[in-house]
Design a protein around this ligand. Structure first.
Ligand SMILES: Nc1ncnc2c1ncn2[C@@H]1O[C@H](COP(=O)(O)OP(=O)(O)OP(=O)(O)O)[C@@H](O)[C@H]1O
Ligand SMILES: [Mg+2]
Length: 443
C-alpha cells in the first residue's frame, strides 16, 4: 500500500514517514495541500494522511479534491486535539477516519490495518460489481449496497440452472421480486411465471390448487381442472411462504420435484410436469424441520440454492435509491424529500423492510402539499424513532463524555485532581473538556 503523508510540520512528517516505512509501507511526503494534490495526481496512492491545518489548501479541501479524482481513496485526517467538529466533517467527506494530535502511532497502525482489510473486501465487491453490470436487469430491483449486489450476482448465476431455489428473508425484503427476477433471467423466461401463496389457500383446497382435480373428485368439482404445477409446466413455479404448506401434502410436492410427475385429485394417471421451482419463506425452515413441522427430505430438496435477502436496516445504502424509485412511481411530479427527512428515513430500522418504505413514500407523497417532503410530513413512527436517537455519533459521544465528567466531579466533590484520576485523564485535559462542554459547579 502506498501512503501519502501531507503535513507542513517537517518533524511530524519525518516521524510518520519513518514509522510507516519501518512497518513496510511505501510513503510519499508533501509539505502542503497543493504539493499533496500534485503528488496525488501523479502517483497511485491508496491512503492519504492529511494534516487538517496546512498553509494553502486545508486538509479538508485537499481531501475533497482527491475524493473527486478517486472516490476509492482512503484518508485519515490528523486534527487538533479535541476538534470534534472537524472530525465530523471529515467523516461526512467519507474520509474514513481521523486521529487527534499527538498521533498515537499504534492506533494509526491499527487504523491502517483496518483499511487494508476493508480494501480486500472492496476488491471482492469490485469483481461482483463487474458481474452485476453484465447487462440491464429485465426487472427493476434496486441494489446499491454490496449486500444486494451480491444477491443480484448470485441470482444471475443460479437463474441459468434448472435447480430449485429457496429465497428467504424477513417480510417485505423483496423475496417475491427476487423470485420473479430468477424466472426472467432464466432460459424459461418466455414461459409462465406462476405464483402460489401457500398462506392464502384453505387447507382442503390446497392439493387441488397445486395438482388440479378431475370432474367429480369432490363436491363442487364440476369439471376437470389443471393445477398450478401443470400451468407452470415449461416455466417457473413460485411457492410463496412454503412454510405454510400442510405436512400431509409435502410428500406429493417431493414426488413432483423428484420424479417430475403429479396426479390430479381423484385422478388415476400420472401427468409429467417440467417445472423450475422457486420457494420463499420468512420462517426458519430448519427449525421447523427440527420440530417436525416440515419434512426434512423436502427441505433439502428445495434448498439446492439458497438466497437470503438481507433486511433493509443492514443495507441502508439502498434507502436513498429506493426512495427515488418509489417517488418516481407514486409522485412523478418531481416531489423530493429534504435532506433532513431523507436522513430520518435512513436511520429508521424498517421492521417491514422495503414494503414499509414503499408505503411510507406512497403515503407521504399522496398527503403532502407543495413540492417537498419535510420531517414533519413523515409518519409518527419515524419521527418518534428519530427523536429517540437524534444527532450525529460525535454529538452522542460528546453527550456521554459530558455526563461522565459531571458524574465524576460530583462523586469527588468537584475536586478536579480526583475526578481526573477517576476518569483516567490528566487534569489539564479535564479542564479543557470542562470548558468545552460548559461544565462547572452548579450548572
Ligand atoms: N430491491 C428492490 N427494488 C425495488 N423494489 C423493491 C425491492 N425490494 C422490494 N421491492 C418492492 O417492495 C415490495 C415488497 O417486496 P416483495 O413483495 O418482493 O417482498 P417479500 O419479501 O416477498 O415480502 P413478504 O415476506 O411480505 O411476502 C414490492 O412492491 C417490491 O416490488
Ligand atoms: Mg412475498
Amino acid at each position: 500500500m502506498k501512503i501519502l503523508i501531507a503535513d507542513d510540520d517537517a518533524l511530524q512528517r519525518e516521524l510518520l514517514k519513518g514509522f510507516l516505512e519501518n512497518q513496510g509501507y511505501e510513503t510519499l511526503t508533501a509539505s502542503d495541500g497543493f504539493e499533496a494534490l500534485a503528488l496525488f495526481e501523479r502517483e497511485p496512492v491508496q491512503l492519504v494522511l492529511l494534516d487538517q491545518k496546512m498553509p494553502g489548501l486545508t486538509g479538508e479541501e485537499a481531501l475533497k479534491k482527491m475524493k473527486a479524482m478517486n472516490p476509492m481513496v482512503h484518508a485519515i485526517m490528523i486534527t487538533a486535539y479535541g476538534d470534534l467538529s472537524t472530525a465530523v466533517t471529515v467523516l461526512k467527506l467519507g474520509a474514513g477516519d481521523f486521529l487527534e494530535k499527538p498521533v498515537d502511532l499504534s492506533l494509526l497502525l491499527e487504523k491502517i490495518q483496518q483499511i487494508e482489510q476493508g480494501m480486500a473486501v472492496d476488491e471482492d465487491v469490485a469483481v461482483v460489481e463487474k458481474a452485476v453490470e453484465e447487462g440491464p436487469l429485465p426487472l427493476k430491483m434496486i441494489a446499491e449496497s454490496p449486500e444486494m449486489k451480491n444477491v443480484i450476482s448470485f441470482i444471475r448465476r443460479v437463474a441459468e440452472s434448472p435447480w430449485p431455489v429457496l429465497v428467504f428473508g424477513e417480510t417485505g425484503t423483496g423475496k417475491e421480486l427476487a423470485a420473479h427476477l430468477i424466472h426472467l433471467l432464466s432460459p424459461r423466461d418466455a414461459s409462465l411465471f406462476i405464483e402460489v401463496n401457500c398462506a392464502a389457500i384453505p387447507e382442503n383446497l390446497f392439493e387441488s390448487e397445486l395438482f388440479g382435480h378431475v370432474k367429480g373428485a369432490f363436491t363442487g368439482a364440476l369439471k376437470n381442472r389443471r393445477g398450478r404445477f401443470e400451468l407452470a409446466s415449461g416455466g417457473t413455479l413460485l411457492l410463496d411462504e412454503i412454510g405454510e404448506m400442510p405436512l400431509v401434502l409435502q410428500p406429493k410436492l417431493l414426488r413432483a420435484l423428484q420424479d417430475g410427475k403429479i396426479t390430479r385429485v381423484g385422478g388415476e394417471e400420472d401427468i409429467r410436469v417440467d417445472v423450475r421451482l422457486v420457494t420463499s419463506t420468512n420462517r426458519d425452515l430448519k427449525q421447523m424441520v427440527e420440530t417436525g413441522r416440515f419434512r426434512e427430505d423436502l427441505y433439502y430438496r428445495i434448498k439446492v440454492f439458497e438466497i437470503e435477502i438481507p433486511p433493509l436496516r443492514r443495507r441502508r445504502e439502498d434507502i436513498p435509491p429506493l426512495v427515488n424509485f418509489f417517488l418516481d412511481r407514486y409522485a412523478p411530479t418531481g416531489l423530493r424529500f429534504t435532506p433532513e427527512a431523507l436522513d430520518m428515513l435512513i436511520k429508521y430500522p424498517f421492521p417491514g423492510n422495503v414494503r414499509e418504505l414503499e408505503h411510507i413514500v406512497q403515503r407521504t407523497a399522496t398527503l403532502v402539499r407543495g413540492g417537498i417532503i419535510r420531517p414533519s410530513d413523515l409518519p409518527g413512527e419515524i419521527r418518534h424513532h428519530s427523536t429517540a436517537t437524534q444527532g450525529t455519533l460525535a454529538q452522542s459521544l460528546e453527550a456521554v463524555e459530558r455526563e461522565m465528567i459531571v458524574s465524576a466531579l460530583e462523586r469527588t466533590d468537584w475536586v478536579q485532581t480526583k475526578a481526573a484520576e477517576l476518569l483516567g485523564i490528566s487534569e489539564r485535559v479535564l479542564r479543557y473538556k470542562m470548558k468545552k462542554g460548559g461544565v462547572h459547579k452548579g450548572a
